[in-house]
Design a protein around this ligand. Structure first.
Ligand SMILES: Cc1cc2nc3c(=O)[nH]c(=O)nc-3n(C[C@H](O)[C@H](O)[C@H](O)COP(=O)(O)OP(=O)(O)OC[C@H]3O[C@@H](n4cnc5c(N)ncnc54)[C@H](O)[C@@H]3O)c2cc1C
Length: 299
């Protein structure tokens, strides 16, 4: 919820610093359901979120007719879906590009030489081994995605992250179809539809598979029958970085060594830039964030 509030400022700052428009829209979002059972489960899940959120939290469960008013393309058989006023979307490729450009403009240095192969501690400093030589630092951030498990082991810290594969279908460019973010079919501002995805525990395998891409296409046609006439240009798979409860971990795992890992690095970018970078600069993660350290997995 904090990230939702901070995203407009992040997008504006990136535009003014780098000239890159990350395509932020915050017009709410839909999560569609294929069956009455998944619709009911969605309602229960969101009721749980609402009951635990310490403030106002709003969502609506919409039937087919109510969704149709906002999204005329919706299929006649779709049971319904949830609407959240907090949802939005941005272009992740442009976000990555903008963050890199801003970092370099602020005299950040990037060593793209295969990463950190070893970490030693000497006189209260970390000595990082890279193919480009040693990097010595008082403070380090473990932000290497799935690579954090390996880096943590070098510091004697067990980092519980696992890969979960997601497959996506990408279509040709289409005229604007939706003015709202939709979980299962997202349209980027250049017109491409990104359809998916999947949640599969298959280790580090990033292959696409026929059974999953077919299921994704079937779901998409159920939700939006008009997609039958749209050409799929490519499919891809990538690995999510998932903790045991799929929530982020923020923790100082050794003195001056901060672990930052999450699944939703796009959504949370606004918090990471505004707050998390400050915690690390100040040398401590605030006590208010202690719910996000690894001790929760020991309970
Ligand atoms: C199918 C799919 C859908 C997604 N949907 C969303 C979404 O809707 N919203 C959202 O917010 N996020 C989404 N995500 C997640 C998001 O895209 C990011 O992948 C996620 O936040 C992880 O980012 P990261 O920077 O932690 O890890 P990564 O992107 O994996 O970056 C880690 C970096 O660390 C480097 N590295 C690894 N080992 C080392 C080492 N030893 N030394 C130095 N560097 C190293 C790697 O080369 C890599 O560059 C999705 C991901 C997938 C796969």
């Amino acid at each position: 919820m904090q990230a939702v509030g901070h995203w407009p400022d992040l997008a504006a700052r990136l535009l003014s610093e780098t000239g890159i428009d990350v395509g932020l829209t915050q017009k709410g979002g839909l999560y569609l359901s294929r069956s009455p059972e998944t619709f009911a489960q969605r309602a229960r899940d969101l009721a749980t979120v609402k009951s635990r959120f310490p403030g106002d939290y709003h969502f609506d469960m919409l039937d087919n007719a109510e969704i149709r008013k906002r999204v005329p393309h919706i299929g006649p058989e779709v049971v319904g879906g949830s609407y959240s006023p907090y949802d939005g979307q941005a272009n992740p490729l442009r976000l990555l590009h903008a963050l890199h450009r801003a970092y370099l403009q602020r005299r950040g240095r990037v060593l793209s030489t295969g990463g950190v192969s070893d970490i030693a501690v000497k006189d209260g400093k970390y000595i990082l081994e890279t193919a480009a030589g040693q990097v010595v630092a008082r403070r380090i951030v473990l932000a290497a995605g799935l690579g954090n498990a390996h880096l943590g082991a070098m510091l004697g810290a067990e980092i519980p992250v696992k890969p979960v594969r997601g497959q996506i279908l990408v279509t040709e460019r289409m005229p604007p179809m939706f003015d709202i973010a939709i979980e299962q079919v997202r349209q980027t501002e250049d017109g491409t539809l990104m359809i998916g995805g999947s949640w599969e525990e298959v280790g580090l395998d990033v292959a696409t598979t026929f059974d999953v891409t077919r299921r994704i296409a079937e779901d998409a046609l159920h939700f939006f029958p008009a997609l039958k006439a749209v050409r799929v240009m490519r499919s891809w798979a990538a690995l999510r970085i998932i903790t045991p409860d799929a929530a982020p971990i923020y923790e100082e795992v050794a003195p001056g060594a901060f672990l930052v890992t999450c699944h939703s690095g796009v959504s949370l970018a606004a918090v990471h830039m505004r707050d998390t970078a400050g915690w690390i600069a100040e040398g401590a993660i605030p006590a208010a964030m202690s719910d996000f350290d690894r001790r929760r997995f020991l309970l």
